[in-house]
Design a protein around this ligand. Structure first.
Ligand code: AHG
Ligand code: MN
Ligand code: MN
Length: 290
């Protein structure tokens, strides 16, 4: 599609970085449930709705952004002239961790196509991790960079690169698998039994926190196919495509059980998909067992 420039991508990434301290600062007072459900039928928190509205206001205003969509809203927001980038966000990933004060994140996908789009249409992907410190991992043009987000009085003070050309360590160390064990399919359970004898369990209930462990220590994260939900739980446009893009850019692999997640053809904006990401050989092993 014409009429896009790399500068718009930088502005989109910078806008999410700038909004991160404000989102972090606004969490404490928004732990209550909203009286709405998101398009995936999950109860929303006030923080989910608020972060979504804040990001929509900021991102839709950028020249070169044609569409804004999020897991918190049913419809795509058309933002002016067509031919620009499509921005897909998970405003708060792991929002159920808010009550237990555990890590959460914000996920960003910048697609060079109308939504719903394939992962191969991504030109950039990023996530913010609200952990003991606020960090941001950005994948663009095959390179992955981790930044520390410094803030002052709730405003972005500095985005400092701390890990450049980030790549998964060769020797995997950790794994994190979602869903209830009795609900795992036999073939995933067999894979899990293998992995459990080799790696250490690290599962925190927010994809971003768990994936950041895999990017840091090497290993595998999965929210697998389930007997009760063969399509799994996580959303292709807002969670799995951006994370697959980041992990593959860091030299790892991704799969939906039958090939790279980035090759999955989307039907609807809120499609769910099983997601397996991590060291390439661990993803190859999964696919050999499926
Ligand atoms: P979100 O809060 O954006 O809905 O994401 C929550 C997701 C994902 O972050 C995490 O991996 C998964 O839900 C955890 O699910 P369980 O609570 O079933 O473990
Ligand atoms: Mn999420
Ligand atoms: Mn969310």
């Amino acid at each position: 599609m014409s009429g896009r420039d790399a500068d718009a991508v930088s502005k989109i990434v910078e806008t999410v970085a700038r909004t991160a301290p404000e989102i972090r600062g606004g969490l404490a007072g928004r732990r209550r449930k909203a009286d709405e459900e998101n398009p995936s039928g999950e109860t929303q928190l006030a923080a989910d709705v608020w972060a979504d509205e804040l990001l929509e206001r900021r991102l839709a205003a950028i020249d070169g952004v044609s569409q804004y969509a999020s897991e918190e809203r049913a419809e795509i927001v058309e933002c002016g002239d067509s031919g620009g980038y499509s921005v897909a966000v998970d405003p708060l990933d792991g929002s159920s961790n808010l009550k237990s004060n555990n890590s959460m994140g914000t996920i960003l996908g910048v697609y060079d196509a109308e939504l719903p789009a394939k992962g191969r249409d991504l030109v950039a992907a990023a996530y913010v991790l609200y952990g003991p410190i606020t960090t941001m991992v950005v994948a663009r043009e095959g390179e992955v960079t981790e930044y520390v987000i410094e803030s002052e009085d709730g405003e972005l003070a500095e985005r400092r690169a701390v890990r450049e050309d980030l790549a998964l360590p060769d020797d995997p160390t950790v794994y994190g698998f979602g869903g209830r064990v009795p609900d795992w399919t036999d073939r995933f359970a067999a894979y899990a039994r293998d992995i459990e004898t080799e790696l250490k369990l690290r599962y925190g209930g927010a994809m971003i926190g768990d994936v950041n462990q895999v990017l840091t220590y090497g290993g595998v994260f999965a929210y697998p196919e389930l007997e009760s939900r063969p399509e799994g739980k996580l959303r292709l446009q807002f969670e799995c495509n951006p994370i697959a893009y980041i992990v593959e850019s860091a030299g790892g692999g991704s799969s939906n059980g039958g090939g790279s997640i980035l090759d999955a053809d989307p039907d609807g904006l809120h499609d769910r998909t099983p997601v397996y990401v991590g060291n390439a050989e661990l993803i190859e092993r999964l696919e050999s067992m499926f």
